[in-house]
Design a protein around this ligand. Sequence first.
Ligand code: GZL
Length: 348
Amino acid sequence: MKKSLLKLVEMLLLICLVAGCGKSAAPDGGAMDESISKADSYITVGFSQLGAESDWRSANTESMLSTFTEDKGYSLIYKNGQQKQANQITAIRMFIQQDVDYIVLAPATEDGWDSVLSEARDAKIPVIVVDRRVNAADKNLYSCWVGSDFELEGKKVSAWIKAYTEQKGIDPSDLHIVNIQGSIGSTAQIGRTRGLANAAREYGWDLMAEVSGDFTETKGREVMGALLKRFNNINVVYCENDNEAIGAIDAIESAGKKVGPDIANGEIMVVSFDGVNEQALSYAREGKISCIAECNPLHGPRVEALIQALEKGNSPDKYNYVDEKIFSSIADVKSITVGNIEYQVEMP
Ligand code: GZL
């Protein structure tokens, strides 16, 4: 039951006891307003978002803000962590002080949450983790999680690279790959990095470097520029989100090189993740980005469904994965198979 409602019922009972049974009376002896004030009937949600580093993040925030509205019976307190876990921990402690009904956490990185999540549990406030994961020793420190299978995303992009280059007769050892990683320690980075590293080892690709671009366009451009100075044979750039890919493409073209899938004729293939940023989708439609693994940011309705289940006393699944697509405008690869599941390649 919503905490504010519970408190109101307790107050009403107390007033009845103090003023004698029968008609409840307000402390000043006047007739108690029997209608629960609107504010008391809201489900209060404290949302700790990690930052605003990418278009994906902005879409994710917008999805939450447009879901948890007053006309739907919610009172949302939104706090932006500016990419710092310390800010998110401060926000969670504020939510506990305000005794919200639910805490929703989009964690910047996986580690370092046990203490503050224990405080939320002691305050009997359920926590829903969204997007990236937390490495809590006690899994009961949060009620449930909803997000993507990031390693599967990495496997999908790697399967696309394999299918395309095999069709073009390119020897696996002639693929010279650099990985512009996401924010180190985030679940998205860990999963996407592992997906590529395992594929490179299995297929015999030359994975030359893994450097963080922190999921931003600026850092993606900077890191790509440095990698082009370091290596003269890069022909695949694996960007762990679209914002990095846009920056990397700018750096590649500024260096006088051509971006595209035609590795055999000197082009540099760029692949990416998210499928949110319009510029990236446009690049994918023109073949500048060869392939994008979708990472769906619209978690608001999914989190609402979990809260509604908890409100009803139900126990939702602990881990709730989002189905996601793979995009490319390069017609050579119609579908890819990962773990015996076939994924149709769709137009971006
Ligand atoms: C993935 C999310 C990642 C996106 C990036 O779910 O955590 O963080 O892929 C974002 O764009 O910055």
